[in-house]
Every structure is written in C-alpha cells, then in structure tokens.
Design a protein around this ligand. Structure first.
Ligand code: SF4
Ligand code: SF4
Length: 56
C-alpha cells in the first residue's frame, strides 16, 4: 500500500513533499510522484493537500 495521487487534481504546490517524514514524495514536472516502496502510509501528506489529491 501507498498513498495515491490523483494527477488530475494535483496542482504541483509541493506542500506534501515537505510533510512526508520518510521523503517518499517528490516533484516530477508539475505533479507529485510517490515512491511506493518508501511510503509508510502515515497519512501526514493527505491533510496538507489543498485540493484533496492524496488519499490512502
Ligand atoms: S502517507 Fe506518509 S509516508 Fe506516505 S507519502 Fe504521505 S506523508 Fe509520506
Ligand atoms: S499537496 Fe496536493 S496539490 Fe500539492 S503537490 Fe502534493 S498532491 Fe499536489
């Protein structure tokens, strides 16, 4: 399991990248990308996304 990114919704603000405690998120162009092997499903990023593009 890993957090899911709705790429239709993501506006590339980068807020979630700074929130992840294990650095599982990085920007790829104007969308965020999840390293599924690194994500620990903590949910920290979900609440900071202004457009609700992240879900567990
Ligand atoms: S759920 Fe937690 S570990 Fe996974 S990408 Fe979001 S902040 Fe990082
Ligand atoms: S916080 Fe949301 S809109 Fe911003 S980069 Fe992350 S997923 Fe995209």
């Amino acid at each position: 399991m890993a957090v899911k990114v709705d790429k239709e919704k993501c506006i590339g603000c980068g807020a979630c990248v700074d929130t992840c405690p294990v650095s599982a998120l990085e920007m790829n162009g104007d969308k965020v990308q999840v390293d599924e092997g690194t994500c620990i499903d903590c949910g920290a990023c979900v609440g900071v996304c202004p457009v609700e593009a992240l879900s567990l």
